[in-house]
Ligand binder design. Sequence first.
Ligand code: ZN
Length: 241
Amino acid sequence: MRYGIISDIHGNLEALQAVLQACRKQSVDGILCAGDIVGYGANPSECLAVLKEVEAICVAGNHDWAVAAKLNAIYFPSDGKEAINWTRGKLSFEDIMLLSDLNLSCRNDDLVFVHSSPNQPEVFAYLADDQKAKMAFDAMEQSICFIGHTHVPQVYTKRGKSIINTNTFEFEVNPDYEYIINVGSVGQPRDGNPMASYCIYDSDAQMIELKRIQYDIQSAQRKIIEAGLPEFLSQRLSLGR
Ligand code: ZN
């Protein structure tokens, strides 16, 4: 099975289409989405429709649940709150129900995927250091977990008791190790690289690749401005911050 694993689309249709096209070229069998389909970008409803069309299996991000009023947005930054209110106004009742019905995590024999961390996924804490990674590994039953949320691609590898944190972009899975792979963000990367981020996992070959692809950033930026969303949400796309 070849999985295309994506996260943090944030209503950026141009980035989503570029990533899905790349996944098709790489003959993926299915798309897994680790949440934050909406929020920040100008095409939340269109992104939901595209994911439905490709039969992506999705879990809930904090923005998805905040739009569906399942999560209080009180701790969101002000532009995040503004985007949530704007997004809610753009979605149909069916779209909101779809977001509301998303589960926090999804698993099969090969892997688990979740937005923030397999440890207390309902808290939506950022898994951004080895201590948080250790707690996440302790909560895992599978040996491979895919996450998003920080918008920064990263690989945490557990070898015995030690945890190694790298940004290796292509590797073979070692059956003696455990892995937490942050697949980065499709629609709002924050690692200084504005290209859309995604991951390919081939469970037969046991290969994992973190990949980047160019997309039409200017169109996504223009739509954000035209929608009357905060200007910073447009500017940051070309900065990758
Ligand atoms: Zn996000």
